[in-house]
Ligand binder design. Structure first.
Ligand code: SAM
Ligand code: SF4
Length: 330
């Protein structure tokens, strides 16, 4: 699949549920309303859509959410999609998780063919963890990360940089990840979904400032590794690990964009920062043949926009894109 700007679309992210066992302040309001069940693709339908993308050339699938591991029977989907790894049609099956269920599922994820996972963790302080996630349990996440490591999964920690919240912990996070053997990616907070007031503008911490702070204690060298995404990487000489910086607000990263995103309702977003979307639920529910589905996917890729329009601007309010991150999964 090649889009109108010559980019190979090889990466699909799937939000398998909009539900979550946490209520992170930058992601959801505490009284989020979730989608009715009949709008959500069944696991079998998700499997069909993912397999269609693999057939059409996608080489990497990432499950996200909401929290992917709270969807009932989600391991069935991992096992079903794992077969594409065995045939060599897929290079990677992975997920982004808050870590709460890794104690239960790490071994099974490994058995299904998962080798690397992203775990979101913004702080090493249990009180702050509670304040950020509202419903999360710090100890459970720490145990989950340990279980994932024991199961042989390679871990990357995702940390949203939050002004006045975790900016005093940057060095601790680098040290902790170094000791555990985890890569670390800092993410700038993005203007997605209505989570109340001007919160996100107050939380916004440019990663240029994170990088400047890190340089005071660590030797960072640019790393050429590029996943086709918005992250830029450095090597940390002292720990041997990588640090990534995801800066959607301050840099244009769209030229190399190789990804599209599917929501749990079967809506395909061709760009995280744009509203244009394609409905894949109708073709998948139209019958057993995949012809309509394949045609809808091709038609959608032909509409992938050149770039995004995120804006954080006080005059406009902070709503860059109206949908929540838990819908498209980041
Ligand atoms: N529940 C899983 C988790 O937290 O890892 C997967 C879904 S979560 C929406 C994916 C990532 O998006 C997490 O790393 C989270 O920190 C990040 N995220 C959520 N809302 C965000 C926002 N407004 N700006 C930047 N990152 C955000
Ligand atoms: Fe849940 Fe992840 Fe959103 Fe936090 S960031 S509320 S863990 S979906």
């Amino acid at each position: 699949m090649i889009d109108p700007f010559g980019r190979h679309i090889s990466y699909l992210r799937i939000s398998v549920t909009d539900r979550c066992d946490f209520r992170c302040v930058y992601c959801m309001s505490e009284d989020m309303t979730f989608l009715p069940k009949d709008e959500i693709l069944s696991l079998e339908e998700l499997e069909r859509v993912c397999s269609a993308f693999v057939r059409l050339g996608v080489r990497k699938l990432r499950m996200t959410g909401g929290e992917p591991l709270v969807r009932r029977n989600i391991m069935w989907l991992f096992h079903a999609l794992g077969r594409h790894l065995k045939t060599g049609d897929l290079d990677e099956l992975t997920l982004t998780t808050n870590g709460s269920q890794l104690g239960r599922f790490s071994n099974e994820l490994y058995d299904a063919g998962v080798r690397r996972i992203n775990v979101s963790l913004d702080t090493l302080n249990p009180d702050k963890f509670k304040a950020i996630t509202r419903w999360g349990r710090y100890d459970q996440v720490m145990e989950g990360i340990a279980a994932a490591k024991d199961a042989g999964l390679k871990i990357k920690i995702n940390t949203v940089a939050l002004k006045g919240v975790n900016d005093d912990e940057l060095h601790d996070l680098v040290r902790w990840c170094g000791a555990g053997g985890y890569d670390l990616t800092f993410i700038e907070v993005m203007p997605m979904g209505d989570i109340g007031g001007e919160m996100r503008l107050d939380q916004y911490l440019p990663l240029s400032m994170v990088r400047a702070e890190l340089l005071k204690q660590w030797t960072l060298t640019d790393n050429a590794f590029n996943s086709g995404g918005p992250a830029r990487y450095v090597d940390v000489a002292e720990t041997g690990q990588k640090i990534g910086f995801i800066t959607p607000m301050t840099h244009n990263f769209c030229e190399a964009c190789n990804r599209v995103r599917l929501t749990c309702t079967g809506t395909l977003f061709m760009c995280l920062g744009q509203e244009d979307a394609a409905d894949l639920r109708t073709p998948v529910r139209a019958g057993e043949s995949d012809d309509l589905l394949d045609a809808a996917i091709h038609e959608a890729i032909a509409r992938k926009p050149e770039g995004h329009d995120f804006i954080i601007d006080r005059r406009r309010g902070d709503l860059g894109v109206g949908r929540h991150m838990s819908v498209t999964g980041g």
